[in-house]
Design a protein around this ligand. Sequence first.
Ligand SMILES: *Cc1c(COP(=O)(O)O)cnc(C)c1O
Length: 406
Amino acid sequence: MSDNSVNNYSRATFDQVMVPNYNPSAIIPERGEGSKIWDQDGKDYIDFAGGIAVTALGHNHPAMMQALKDQAGKIWHLSNVFTNKPALQLADKLTQATFADKVFFCNSGGEANEAAFKLVRKYANDHYPDQGKSEIIAFKQSFHGRTLFTVCVGGQPKYTKGFEPLPQGITHAEFNNIESLKALISDKTCAVVMEPVQGEGGIIPADPEFVKSVRELCDQHNALLVFDEVQTGVGRTGYLYAYQGLGVTPDILTTAKAMGGGFPIGAMLTTDKIAKSMGVGTHGSTYGGNPLACAVSSAVIDEINTPEMLNSVKEKGEKIRTRLEQIGQKYGVFESVRGEGLLIGAVCNEKWQGKAREFLVAGWEQGVMCLVAGLNVVRFAPALNITDEEINQGLERFEKAVAAIS
Ligand SMILES: *Cc1c(COP(=O)(O)O)cnc(C)c1O
């Protein structure tokens, strides 16, 4: 049991004091260890949600704790009037580990994408002036953040509704349909934006052939290719970044979520040539490159970017998928299970259309936390270092939850 002052707060307090844009569970988690979470009543849960693909090393990881403590005793914040060692070190690691030569730091995925979308317009202006090369093509069902620009690039009209007038010059092609992109792309296109696996849209992996053709079309039209790896990045798919498993290199990559393992940070990665369009004064962020965030993120990258960790992600992903397929068949609830590495979606069958959230709620009852991705997909995005024991226990609890509602 926790102390009284904490227990005086409940889900009802949320309705009193918070803007009603979320509808959180009545459970109020208090403490975590690895892939286990305890709520304020002491009940435990296996965490297959990972704070929406964020806590990639689970809760209370010693390397992250140490990095945070060490940096907390040195300096917390400077602003970009000064640079700092943790930021330089992290940028050095990211550029060594990827195609990128240059890094821009910010605090979230939406901000990383905002920077990327501003940069593609600016780059086109710098290199192809007065040619109206300003159109951005993204994909239907995609998700790129919640700022006004990023909801417009995102392919889910429900997120722009009511916020008009909207930024212009954005169109949406069908994901995994190259003819649809061909019909839209032209020399007026400054960039094509895609997620290697659509996350919020329902855990839909891009077909490798499709990705190669997207790259070719971009090259034909001098359009930049932006990979939004906010959800797929930092080991989630069994590669440090998903592009590394696809054999296609983007021009700009955005990363956040797991990058800080739970500490807010995001980044946009790009090449020397493209980075030149973001000269002094063109863009910025007060917190971007914050020493605490960068120190923690460095520890996260060190832990995750090893062949052992990345291979284990593929193996664990396979194991969870197989079990979910069995559960889906046994209880007649899922038509398929898809995804890459530890980003997994169990797709509701005909009978369970629109009811993914029921599995989530039933899971809480049994002591397991999952996610949804849209109305029809139950999503699993556990810590990459989740143990076999935690996986087994979590899946047993999930099966009980499925049994209880089916
Ligand atoms: C979560 C997500 C974002 C938005 O990130 P925030 O940190 O919430 O701003 C953008 N793109 C993708 C693919 C995401 O999954």
